[in-house]
Design a protein around this ligand. Structure first.
Ligand code: 13P
Length: 254
């Protein structure tokens, strides 16, 4: 079974619209011939600039969160239909920084994912364990639980619009990467969870990324693993050359 590779940059809270244009213009020529899917997930205020700048490139644009509601009294939130209305294609749900700092729970992640699918967005759904949970030996249970809850109410035919990103929280922004074996092992557990819910064909088709200190130096090894279908990249996605190197590593792993 050969799956395509998907490399997504998660810019987090970095770059204004002007800087967004500059960075995308730097990245675009470096990834133009890529066989892998290339996505940049930018702050809300940069979405319009990003969408304008990616025209005539192979780069897709995503947001980093969306509301579970369509509209209403939710100060500070942005809804999935709003994102769709300006041409956004992807949205991240369940990032550990949303779970840790902004109170997202497995249930709100499920509801945000549902809202995104209902609006016609593609979702990058993040799951992953804290260091303490890894040390307690419950990584498999935590990742399976987060995956199962987030997918509640998602029909089999909607899975083509979901990418799952395994992001061990202890590896995010710490420079501590999971080994390729650890990444592959947990991505396989997530795939087995999808298999349990939807069957083998769905599990075989599911794109499962690894995220957490992936960089130009370690990407090739991580992406060579059979269950690692791409990367969700934070810090290294803010440097055009580094990000392009990761995309190249993805292409070479195909
Ligand atoms: P870093 O690549 O900076 O560790 O961030 C990973 C991440 O959280 C991507 O969503």
């Amino acid at each position: 079974m050969s799956r395509r590779k998907v490399i997504a940059g998660n810019w987090k809270m970095n770059n204004n619209p002007e800087q967004t244009k500059t960075l995308i213009n730097e990245i675009a020529p470096l990834v133009s011939g890529s066989k892998s899917d290339v996505i940049v997930c930018v702050p809300y205020v940069d979405l319009a600039a990003a969408l304008e700048t990616v025209k005539d490139t192979n780069i897709k644009v995503g947001a980093q969160n969306c509301s579970w509601a369509v509209s209403g009294a939710f100060t500070g939130e942005v809804s999935a239909p709003m994102l769709k209305s300006i041409g956004v294609e992807y949205v991240i749900t369940g990032h550990s920084e949303r779970r840790t700092y902004f109170g997202d729970t497995d249930v709100t992640v499920r509801d945000r994912t549902r809202a995104a699918l209902d609006a016609g967005l593609k979702v990058i759904l993040c799951v992953g364990e804290y260091l303490e949970q890894r040390e307690q030996g419950v990584t498999a249970e935590v990742c399976a639980m987060q995956t199962k809850i987030a997918l509640q109410g998602v029909a089999a035919e909607e899975l083509k619009n979901i990418i799952i990103a395994y992001e061990p929280v202890w590896a995010i922004g710490t420079g501590k990467t999971a080994t390729a074996e650890q990444a592959d092992e947990v991505c396989a557990i997530i795939r087995a969870t999808v298999c349990g819910l939807y069957g083998e064909a769905a599990a075989d088709d599911m794109i499962i990324q690894y995220g957490g200190s992936m960089n130009a130096g370690n990407a090739a090894e991580l992406l060579s693993k059979p269950n690692v279908d791409g990367g969700l990249i934070g810090g290294a996605s803010l440097k055009a050359n580094d990000f392009a190197q990761i995309v190249k590593a993805a292409d070479e792993s195909l």
